[in-house]
Structures are given as C-alpha cells and as structure tokens.
Ligand binder design. Structure first.
Ligand code: EPU
Length: 345
C-alpha cells in the first residue's frame, strides 16, 4: 500500500512522525502514520481508513503510560478532544463530563479553582482524562474508580459508541475493562461524580506527617500537600523522562506474605481483603540494590525506586533492559514477579 492511498481523504494524517515529544519517557520512536482525533467522527474515520488499508492502530492519550522500544509500523492516533461541562447535579454530587483528551492534572486544578472537590488526592498525575480512566489512576488513598459515574467509548471493532457504568468498567488496582476487553474500547469521554461536601482523605503516612495534628481546611489545601509530597519523590515529567511508577505493587497470597515476613521482617506490606497482601515494590527494588542504578541515560530513580527515568538520550530498549534486570533480581531474591505498569511496544 502506498502512503498516498492511505492518506486519501485524510489530510490530517502525517507520515514518519517522531513520537518522543508525545510520550513522557521521551524516547525516540517513529510512527509510520500519525493523526490527532479532536472528535469521535475523526476517530471513526481514522479507524475505517486504517482497516481498509490493513494498518494497525495504536491510541495515545498523554503518553504517560507507554514505552516504545521500537518504531511503530502503523497509525498512532492521539486523542485530542476537549471540553468540560456539568451535565447533572443532585444534593450530594455534581456530575461533570470531561473529554478524554483533556489533560488530567490541568483538569484537577481547574476543578479546584472552581471550588469543586473530590479529585484533590489525584493532583499532578500526568496523562489525559482518557488515560486516567483506562489506568484507574490512584494516589494517596483515592482511585479514579471511586469518582467515576460513566465512561463513553468507541468499540474499535464495530465502530459503535458504547456507554459503560462505573461497575461495567470492572475497575481494580491499576486495571480496567479497557485493558482487558477484546472489543478494544477507546475511551472518548468520562462523567465524574464529584461530591459537593469536602471529606478529606488524609490517612496516608506522609500526608499525616504534612498536616501534623491539623485537618486540611479545604480541597485546595489537601491538593497542595499532595503536590508537595509528589514533588519530593517523583520526577517532573517536563524535566526528566519517566512513566511514573514503572511497576505495579505486587499482590501475594497470605502464605507467601507469611514466608516473606519470616525471612525478611522489614518488608513493607499492605494487607488486603481475603488475606492477600500488596507489597511495596519500591522497597523490594531498593533491597536488591537497584535504586539509583544507571546505565547510560536510563536509570532507576534515586528518590523512588519504583520509577524508571530517562535522563536525556536513553533508548526504549535500554530502559526495558534495566526493567528486566530489576524484575530478575527481585524474583531471584524474593520469588516475587514484578509486573510493568506501562504498555511496552
Ligand atoms: N519504598 C522504599 N523505597 C523506595 C520507594 C518506596 O522503601 O525507593 C517503600 C517505603 O516503605 C514507602 C513505600 O515503599 O513507604 C510506599 O512508597 P510510596 O508511598 O512512594 O508509594 P508506592 O507504593 O511506591 C504508589 C503508587 C504511586 C502513588 C503512591 C502514593 C503504584 C504502582 N504506585 O507508589 O502512583 O503516587 O503509591 O499513593 O501503585 C504511579 O502509578 O505512577 C504512581 C506514581
């Protein structure tokens, strides 16, 4: 197929586009075709064209949860829809519909400016609103899943619009139906249920230390605490390339947790329902001596071992090799398998 054929009627499609400015890792990778979808109609026509010409499609949100280790021989679609509107309210909640292409962190700040609460714990999380819905972002005691009411998406197989209730999104720790469903649902908009009364979620250890004996007065004050805590530990994606936590905190059975604690009582564990436990992966990585390890410009961040960074010109393959070394060493020492959070291409 020639590029001219593929481009017929789709003047917005560009060829051989460097994706490094479009992902927070900032590693070099080239998309054979690239387009922005400002609305659902454009998204559908891009899928139709790609299907007609047998070109694989990859959807990008804010590029904060993806690592390219090679070029992409297909069409990369960047979701670029915009818009925030209050669609309903009752005594307890304000229902806010947000386009998937909106920047999550800017949207949270905008809510705080308007005096809306509920998202303050999720301040400064990089990526788009669509990405937040796919990933079920979570930080400092709050997950996206707890604030969502409905998700609108495009079924990329039938090209029909689909609306899912929060329950149908099947949210779990850093997972959702959007990661697992064979229909390859592309999130186009979300409706959040924002509580009208501010109820601080401030039980997180560092948050308690920040507020000492006080209770945060309002959502803005809590957001300031979250931002200060994040800035201490997490790299600013505008300055240092990263995808936030590179690994999920692994969940182990009760039996495994007991045997780990017998051997290594200092291990940091968080008990879960059903007797299982989540382990602090950052602790495990630090314990195997990988915190701060640097190979060229790829490194395990020195302030938070769960984060892999690109100090400038690391390749995706170098970051992946470092990640593999982390996985290998943690497995060898603790018998626990770390699972990467970002999509690796
Ligand atoms: N720890 C270490 N060494 C390290 C890092 C962590 O020993 O280098 C131990 C410490 O004991 C610490 C514990 O791990 O108390 C937990 O660390 P932290 O509070 O930084 O949280 P996390 O479990 O490493 C998770 C999320 C973050 C989120 C924070 C706060 C995942 C994969 N990551 O990190 O999310 O901001 O909790 O809620 O669940 C992200 O997903 O990109 C992300 C940054």
């Amino acid at each position: 197929m020639s590029e001219a054929q593929f481009l017929t009627g789709l003047s917005a499609v560009r060829c051989d586009v460097d994706l490094s400015p479009l992902t927070t890792f900032g590693v070099h990778a080239v998309a054979r075709f690239f387009a922005r979808a400002q609305d659902d109609e454009t998204l559908v026509s891009l899928y139709e064209a790609a299907r007609r010409d047998n070109v694989p499609v990859l959807v990008l949100g804010g590029g904060s949860n993806i690592l390219f280790t090679r070029d992409f021989d297909g069409l990369v679609v960047s979701i670029a829809s915009r818009g925030v509107e209050v669609v309903d309210e009752n005594d307890d909640y304000r229902f806010v519909r947000v386009a998937a292409g909106e920047d999550w962190s800017a949207f949270v700040d905008d809510c705080l400016q308007k005096g809306w609460c509920g998202l303050e714990n999720l301040s400064l999380v990089p990526g788009t609103v669509g990405g937040a819905a796919v990933q079920n972002i979570g930080a400092y005691g709050v997950e996206f899943a707890e604030r969502v009411s409905e998700v609108e998406c495009l079924d990329s197989v039938t090209l029909q619009k689909v609306r899912l209730t929060a329950q149908e999104c099947d949210y779990g720790y850093r997972t959702s139906v959007f990661k697992t469903d064979k229909r390859h649902l592309v999130v186009t908009a979300v409706t959040l249920a924002l509580p009208k009364v501010f109820r601080p979620v401030a039980g997180y250890k560092e948050m308690q230390a920040y507020f000492a004996d006080r209770t945060p007065a309002d959502a803005r004050e809590l957001a300031e605490a979250v931002k200060a805590i994040r800035r201490r530990k997490l790299p600013d994606p505008k300055e240092i390339g990263s995808a936030g936590s590179f690994f999920k905190n692994p969940v182990v059975s009760r039996i495994k947790m007991v045997s780990l604690l017998e051997e290594t009582p200092q291990i940091v564990t968080y008990p879960m329902a059903g007797g299982r436990a989540k382990l602090a992966a950052g602790w495990l990585i630090e314990a195997v001596g990988m915190k701060g390890k640097r190979v060229g410009d790829a490194a395990v961040y020195e302030r938070q071992a769960l984060v892999l960074v690109n100090y400038g010109s690391a390749t995706g393959a170098q970051i992946k090799a470092l990640a593999d070394e982390v996985v290998f060493k943690v497995k060898r020492r603790f018998g626990v398998e770390l699972e990467p959070e970002p999509v690796i291409i």
